[in-house]
Design a protein around this ligand. Structure first.
Ligand code: SAM
Length: 325
């Protein structure tokens, strides 16, 4: 499927809950009260139906996210339902990793092939400051995902100046030791506005400079790991493969965008950084639901904008946890 700007869109990120057991500063800080009603969340069977329509339209890559997707008790049912759909090539998971130690193997068996794990710091105190959680549980989860034989486990770190900038190099060493790709992500305006200050923003260009003080960075222009927008470098001495997601500073960021999002409450969101959403509920509840779902997806594709509005006074009406990361 091509959008109005001839970009091929074949990647659907599906949020299965807006709930999370962490409280990341950049996503859903402590005190957040805008919860969706769980009865408004798509049911497992509805998600599988929607994926069936998406796959018939040409979507091939799917990722379950949230909130924290592992808080959803029926995640295995969702994954195995999706896996049985012709055209579904890969199902990935984005997780904070805190529950992966228990879930990695059953998820792998059900059909999860890859996992992106958020790891914003290694220092337990810094990790707790950013997320409210326990980094040791995450490390156990990462090791369990590798042991379970997932094809790829990637690490994600959202950069915040004065918060976790000193964790950049320790994270690189951790990733190199385990031979896992690591991505540094610029803070996007998807959280409380008091967190979104210029002071907190840390551009990926500066992270690249910092790494250059420790190692030689060899650009990997042809490397595309998974389906994301990161620009990769190989670090000559450590051997780490490090990607940078410069959503704010990279002016070409949206040129190869291949994805749309489905929120836990059933809205298609053609672009993360644009408030436009289309409700799938009327189509789901209709007698001719397949046709209507099909048409709604096509409408969402038509509405996919050329680029995000993060650089244009974008206001976070919904935080990341409510959209799905
Ligand atoms: N709970 C899971 C996790 O921690 O990965 C999945 C959901 S989380 C919203 C998915 C991804 O979104 C994470 O990699 C996180 O780092 C990223 N993210 C969340 N808020 C962000 C923000 N304001 N700017 C940039 N990335 C953000």
């Amino acid at each position: 499927m091509n959008d109005s700007f001839a970009r091929q869109v074949d990647y659907l990120r599906i949020s299965i809950t807006d709930r999370c057991n962490e409280r990341c500063l950049y996503c859903m800080p402590e005190g957040y009260k805008g919860w969706q009603r769980t009865q408004d969340h798509l049911k497992a069977e509805e998600i599988v139906r929607i994926v069936g329509v998406a796959a018939r339209l040409g979507f091939r890559k799917f990722r379950l996210t949230g909130g924290e997707p592992l808080l959803r008790g029926d995640i295995l049912e969702i994954v195995s339902g999706m896996k049985s759909i012709p055209g579904v090539e890969t199902i990935g998971l984005s997780t904070n990793g805190t529950k992966l130690a228990k879930w990695a193997q059953p998820l792998r068996t059900a059909g999860i092939r890859t996992a992106n794990v958020s790891l914003d710091a290694l220092d337990p105190g810094v990790y707790h400051e950013v997320t409210g959680g326990d980094v040791n549980a995450v490390i156990a989860g990462i090791d369990a995902a590798v042991a379970a034989g997932l094809e790829r486990v990637k690490l994600n770190c959202v950069l915040m100046r004065g918060v976790n900038e000193h964790e950049i190099w320790p994270l690189v060493l951790f990733a190199a030791e385990r031979n896992l790709p690591l991505r540094f992500i610029e803070l996007m305006p998807l959280t409380r506005t008091d967190v979104l200050t210029d002071k907190n923003f840390f551009p990926v260009g500066e992270a690249i400079q910092r790494l250059g003080e420790h190692d030689e960075l060899i650009p990997q222009p042809d490397t595309r790991i998974g389906h994301g927008p990161a620009k990769y470098f190989l670090l000559k001495n450590t051997g780490a493969l490090v990607g940078f997601i410069g959503a704010l500073t990279n002016l070409h960021f949206c040129e190869a965008c291949n994805k749309m999002r489905l929120t836990a409450d059933g809205k298609i969101r053609p672009c993360l950084g644009d408030h436009g959403e289309i409700d799938l509920r009327p189509a789901l509840n209709s007698a001719t639901s397949e046709t209507l779902l099909h048409e709604t997806f096509l409408e969402a594709l038509r509405q996919k904008p050329l680029e995000h509005l993060f650089r244009s006074q974008y206001q976070p009406l919904r935080p990341m946890t409510a959209i799905g990361g």
